[in-house]
Design a protein around this ligand. Structure first.
Ligand SMILES: *Cc1c(COP(=O)(O)O)cnc(C)c1O
Length: 498
């Protein structure tokens, strides 16, 4: 069963938790008990493919879904028409102690696909299980990666429509083209005049507008969200931690029960939190190493126990981690404080009122037991891309490079040679200007456009351009709408034809 981190919500089934997305008391939904996987089960994962591994992990969190339903959802999400690698989430060895877990072989070349391919399948089943009659309208404000991954995930999914708002000034040309060429009869993409905050504020206002929601309901539409506070987006991410461990076992790099470290480029704390759940379930994880960019609010928190978002927002070369409020941290606080929803409520209220909170010494101790944290500047990021390429021939995107830099710091600081896995969250081709600049040693590559840059990066490294990016230039533009922030509700009406 699922409960709220803030304690004022009755218990929910997995299907209801996934349909609701968020608890009615403003908290996040969490499992009330953590299922366990013993070492013999973990060992048995080694001989299985990704789909079968996913089945074993997911069924523990979805007791109200049948095995057949889960298997169906998995085969629709993680198949070879959608992923360009047979292993789905391959583990690539760079040395005896270090491997890279590549999470970007899905349809949009970013790790959001790992969750957003499965969430629509789990949601569709949840609608059936709860006898929901309304059509679900997924509203997304995106700074780039989430919008496209959500569009691909929900494309042509029955009983759903998806509307994505992106800032007119604020996404890369590749990201824009990925969205405006989106196919599917239930998809809509709208540019909002302004920056990401304008788009995000507009979407939040729609969610909180009771009158507008009642108006939608009277036309049989129900709003929902695809962002990373939905449990249905978190649970698919637990799987690849087990899968990576199983691959190390299979390769004979570790023995069953041996501890490993994971290094995770972090923004909203969703990905690394999934690693924490894997650890709680029994996966032998020593440290979860939390890597941030210049928006290093988590680094400070994990070192001092003080969360302080009162600092300037920095635009960096790893934009998907440019975030000052890591929503999913609330789930960790809940578990680490022994399910103390009173404390969680106080901290979250303080954060909202003052922009700051401080945890007690017990929680700080737990933080340090589990996590190690550091951050990378843009210069560190570029230097890491160059170093990793020259030393290992590996082409890392800027988010992955942040993790790589932080891992080097971890080694220097601790000398801990536990086998480590760097979690790689985007294809380097998605951020080709930074990667080209780093590898060629130039600050900026001004003379080439986005598509020429794809080709140049491929020629330089010998890596193949992902098909979804290679074919982008030839796809027709299907979504041309632009609106001002205050027109967003009208645009929703127009799209829903009401
Ligand atoms: C979303 C994203 C992240 C951050 O993941 P969180 O779960 O928000 O911590 C890191 N890298 C890339 C490429 C992303 O798209």
């Amino acid at each position: 069963m699922y409960v709220s981190t803030r304690g004022a919500q009755s218990r929910l089934s997995a299907a209801s938790a996934i349909k609701l997305g968020m608890a009615a008391d403003g908290g996040l939904l969490v499992p009330n008990a953590i299922p366990q996987i013993d070492m013999s089960d973990i060992k048995s994962l080694a001989s299985l493919g990704y789909q079968e591994r996913a089945q074993i992990v997911l069924r523990k969190y979805l007791p109200d879904y049948s095995d057949k339903e889960i298997a169906g959802a998995i085969s629709k999400a993680y198949n070879h028409a959608k992923f360009d690698h047979a292993a789905i989430a391959p583990l690539v060895a760079v040395s005896d102690e270090l491997s890279v877990l590549e999470l970007w072989h899905g349809p949009t070349s970013a790790f959001k696909d790992m969750a957003l391919q499965l969430l629509p399948q789990l949601l569709t089943l949840a609608l059936q299980k709860t006898s929901e009659q309304a059509e679900i309208v997924i509203l997304v404000a995106t700074s780039g990666d989430t919008g496209k991954a959500a569009l691909e995930g929900f494309r042509n999914v029955a009983q759903t429509k998806i509307i994505v708002f992106y800032p007119l000034a604020g996404v890369s040309e590749i990201q824009r083209l990925q969205m405006v060429t989106q196919e599917g009869s239930n998809t809509a993409v709208v540019a909002v005049e302004g920056n990401f905050d304008d788009a995000q504020t507009g979407v939040k206002q729609i969610f909180n507008d009771g009158e507008f929601n009642a108006h939608l309901r009277s036309h049989n539409f129900e709003l929902s969200s695809a962002n990373s506070i939905n449990w249905g987006r978190l649970v698919p991410q637990i799987v690849y931690y087990f899968s990576a461990y199983a691959d190390l076992l299979k390769a004979g790099k570790i023995t069953a029960g041996q501890l490993v470290n994971f290094v995770v480029p972090t923004g909203n704390f969703g990905n690394i939190l999934a690693g924490y759940y894997a650890k709680l379930m029994g996966l032998p994880i020593n440290k979860l190493i939390c890597a941030s960019n210049a928006n290093n609010v988590l680094t400070d928190f994990l070192q001092t126990g003080i969360y302080d978002r009162r600092r300037p927002f920095q635009k960096t070369l790893s934009p998907s981690m440019d975030i000052l409020i890591s929503s999913n941290l609330e789930r960790w606080l809940y578990h680490a404080s022994g399910s103390d929803n009173e404390k969680v409520r106080l901290w979250m209220n303080e954060l909202q009122l003052t922009g700051r909170y401080e945890v007690d010494s017990q929680v700080l101790f737990a933080l340090k037991q589990t996590f190690w944290a550091a951050s990378a500047s843009d210069d560190d990021t570029l230097a890491a891309i160059k170093k990793v390429y020259s030393e290992h021939g590996y082409v890392a995107d800027p988010h992955t490079a942040v993790a790589w830099h932080v891992y080097q710091q971890y080694l220097q600081d601790t000398g801990d040679r536990t086998p480590a896995i760097i979690v790689s969250t985007a294809s380097p081709f998605k951020f080709n200007d930074s990667v080209l600049a780093a590898i060629s040693g130039q600050k900026v590559i001004a003379e080439v456009d986005e598509f020429a840059a794809l080709t140049k990066l491929s020629q330089l490294t010998g890596w193949d351009i992902p098909v979804n990016l290679a074919t982008l230039a030839d796809k027709p533009i299907r979504h041309k709408a632009v609106c001002a922030n205050e027109q967003m509700p009208n645009v929703v009406d127009q799209i829903l034809k009401i």
